[in-house]
Ligand binder design. Structure first.
Ligand code: 6GU
Length: 236
């Protein structure tokens, strides 16, 4: 997977992805992260990349020319998806992450100020994506969220089992995890986890998942594939 990130702050992207799993995935050649500085492509004599909005109003708008020229200089025959990160976009989910992870290449545009000239969207953007209902000062942090969540779905980046078992793979939140010591500040590990009874442990974890989902994210329950046994447990 190649990520081509068009940004005014390439260092944010490059530095933040130079740790842990993403660092290792790059070293192993499983993913590649290129940060392209939009400012390098401006034809403005003062190197400006923004201007006042037509029609007036608050804030500045990123101009179309440097973004479109930057895109044209890095696009390839594999640039099928050009993602613009914006609070006006479609809400990002694990399903969208899965869909994007099937691509060989993703172009990501990070906006700043009040946004980018609409003609960039009309000319080159295929997907407008928001990572949630709050406002960020720039698209870079959202780009990092996409890069991380997509990279871990790329074959070989992390162990397959952890992808399959985690939150959202069955539309439920995860059960609580414990490791040593057995007792910490008076709090003990639930006995069932020490029982060695794998059937019982599995059941306990399933019920913990159900309870956690209802408490924190009741909106997810409808999409979950509940068994008759789950429902019986819940109505008790
Ligand atoms: Cl993708 N960008 C910005 N600037 N703010 C956001 C966002 C994206 N998603 C949620 N808030």
């Amino acid at each position: 997977m190649v990520f081509k990130v068009l940004t005014l702050f390439p260092e944010v992207i490059l530095q933040a992805t130079n740790f842990s799993i993403l660092k290792r995935a790059q070293q192993r050649g499983l993913i590649k992260i290129e940060a392209i500085n939009i400012r390098d492509y401006t034809k403005d004599k003062h190197k400006r990349t923004d201007d006042y909005p037509y029609g007036g109003g608050y804030g500045m708008v990123m101009t179309a020319q440097p973004i479109v020229d930057a895109y044209e200089s890095i696009k390839s025959s594999k640039s099928h998806r050009v993602i613009y990160l914006t609070p006006q976009g479609k809400k990002y989910t694990q399903d969208i992450a899965k869909e994007f992870s099937k691509e060989e290449e993703l172009v990501i545009i990070c906006g700043h100020y009040e946004g980018i000239d609409q003609r960039v969207i009309d000319l080159i953007v295929t997907d407008e994506i928001s990572i949630g209902d709050y406002v960020l000062s720039g698209g870079e942090y959202a780009a990092l969220v996409l890069i991380d969540s997509i990279s871990r779905l790329v074959e070989g980046v992390i162990e397959k089992k952890s992808v399959e078992e985690e939150s959202f793979s069955d539309c439920l939140l995860e059960y609580p995890h414990y490791t040593r010591p057995y007792e910490f500040r008076g709090l003990k590990v639930p006995e069932v986890l020490l029982s060695g009874n794998h059937e019982k442990i599995k059941k306990w974890r399933r019920y913990q998942s159900l309870l956690k989902t209802i408490k924190s994210r009741p909106d997810l329950i409808n999409a979950a594939n509940l068994t008759e046994e789950d429902i019986e447990f819940l109505i008790k």
